[in-house]
Design a binder for this molecule. Structure first.
Ligand code: FES
Ligand code: FES
Length: 381
């Protein structure tokens, strides 16, 4: 495909560095994984972020807090251009029959949580992402992480029961549960001979985050990106001024963050967009500020982040000042699956002005303020 770009697209898949000099902005991460890298463990089923069969884990270095953030995404909606500077992990990257299955893979198989197997890699990757964030989750957290994964044949009980072994809460014996007792060597050896034995999850054995993405954080995250083919131009500005100028130059362009709306429109409604602007790296739009009368979120802040910040605020404020926060958190529980909330942004939910919008009624009822800006004009509220 004819095209040009101002730099290479660089990301990691299962620890391997991928460099693409002419990426196609219309290509999804799922297409890239399956067709280009022949990593076919990640499945395509609905193609619209509804089933979770295409779930992969994204890991990102957080420069402010010096931590690594792991989150699940739907690869069928994630544009491959959006993973510049990120590490992608697929089911092939955590274990296989050729090497050794990961406890998350082994557990779903041995607990009869897989039949046709189409949903299984997605289930595995959602659960794996949870364990990377929290090696000893609660049952509620397991349910939350799996809520964006649908299974049409097994039923959810064996999956949840199987994954319950990773939770301290899974057993009615509580603290007396045999999992909490030190095991002697003999027990361990006889356990290992048992065909149903699954080694306990050991987070220290997980692969490390690619040092290149940490060391060269600025190189990957603070430079403007432009990829172009003869059909689509893709921009990733890193300043608000650049974003506003691009919007003025291309008034029909679409601003995207998670691509959860535009991805579906392009795939199922045959909508064609010739210019896409990814606003995920504009500092003003990713900022979160506490103000006198509430919390101000940048438009690119993801719904998962909104939920996290509001939960935290509720811990510190009296109940009477948190009722709106509670209403938003409650609504987010029903808002798509975890993978969508991890990438979809609050600004997108407002600006698509969907009549079935989940959050707009709450924002209206609570007299939330919306700030809009365009090039050369003062900010309007
Ligand atoms: Fe169903 Fe991606 S294929 S969510
Ligand atoms: Fe068939 Fe889950 S095992 S869809």
């Amino acid at each position: 495909m004819e095209g040009k770009s101002n730099q290479n697209l660089v990301f990691y898949v299962n620890g391997e560095k991928i460099i693409e000099n002419q990426p196609d902005p219309k290509c999804t991460l799922l297409q890239y994984l399956r067709n280009k890298l022949t990593l076919t463990g990640t499945k395509l089923v609905c193609g619209e972020g509804g089933c979770g069969a295409c779930t992969v884990m994204i890991s990102k270095y957080d420069d402010k807090n010096h931590t690594i953030r792991h989150y699940s995404v739907n690869a069928c909606l994630t544009p491959v251009c959006a993973v510049h500077g990120l590490a992608v992990t697929t089911t092939e990257g955590i274990g296989s029959l050729r090497t050794r299955l990961h406890p998350v893979q082994e557990q779903i198989a041995k607990s009869h949580g897989s039949q046709c197997g189409f949903c299984t890699p997605g289930m595995v990757m959602s659960m794996y992402t949870l364990l990377r964030n929290n090696p000893q989750p609660t049952m509620l957290q397991i349910e939350k992480y799996l809520e964006g994964n649908l299974c049409r044949c097994t039923g959810y009980r064996p999956i949840l029961q199987g994954y319950g072994v990773f939770s301290k809460e899974s057993c009615g014996m509580g603290e007396q549960c045999c999992k909490n007792k030190p095991r002697d060597k003999e027990d361990d050896n006889s356990n290992k001979e048992n065909e149903n034995y699954i080694p306990p999850y050991d987070p220290t054995q997980e692969p490390i985050f690619p040092p290149d993405l940490k060391v060269n954080y600025k190189e990957y995250n603070e430079k403007r990106l432009m990829f172009e083919t003869n059909q689509v131009k893709w921009y990733r500005p890193v300043t608000l001024t650049d974003l506003l100028e691009l919007k003025e130059e291309y008034p029909d362009s679409k601003i995207i963050i998670g691509n959860t709306e535009v991805g579906i429109e392009s795939r199922f409604k045959n909508m064609k967009y010739s210019v896409l602007i990814n606003a995920s790296h504009v500092p003003e739009l990713t900022d979160i500020k506490s103000t006198e009368d509430g919390i101000k979120f940048g438009a690119s802040v993801t719904l998962s982040k909104v939920e996290e910040v509001l939960e935290k605020a509720k811990e510190d404020l009296p109940e009477s000042r948190c009722r709106i926060f509670t209403a938003v958190i409650e609504m987010l529980k029903w808002f798509a699956g975890k993978q969508i909330r991890n990438t979809a942004a609050v600004g997108g939910n407002i600006m698509t002005a969907s009549p079935i919008s989940d959050l707009n009624p709450i924002f209206q009822a609570s007299s939330a303020k919306l700030e809009v800006v365009s090039k050369g004009k003062t900010t309007r509220k």
